[in-house]
Unconditional design. Structure first.
Length: 111
């Protein structure tokens, strides 16, 4: 199998990992079940955001995959439907921020 396949597979697995974390943070915020895993997840997502900022809003795997493809599709580097790859940052940043606000509100302002 070619290198692009392996990059896409790794990128997809990392994406699934972070989506799981984002949903866990959201779940924690909704239910109030906030624990060490919640805070670790928040830290990991923030770290991911820093990495994206360093690489000008591109995942380093996207930059690597570009060496093996000249496709203009948003999902050339990941096994996601094109519409989801295109709107990925908007959708999951929004969900994360909602979860983060709920967690912070429950932690610092709950009675």
């Amino acid at each position: 199998m070619d290198r692009l396949f392996w990059i896409k597979l790794l990128h997809t697995l990392i994406w699934v990992f972070f989506v799981g974390i984002i949903f866990y943070v959201l779940y924690s915020g909704i239910t109030g079940k906030i624990n060490t895993c919640t805070w670790a997840g928040i830290g990991l997502v923030i770290l991911e955001g820093v990495v994206l900022l360093i690489f000008k809003m591109f995942c380093p795997l996207t930059i690597l995959a570009r060496k093996y493809s000249d496709s203009n599709k948003d999902n050339f580097d990941i096994f996601l439907p094109n519409w989801l790859a295109k709107n990925n940052k908007l959708i999951f940043t929004t969900l994360f921020l909602i979860g983060l606000v709920l967690v912070l509100t429950r932690t610092f302002f709950a009675q």
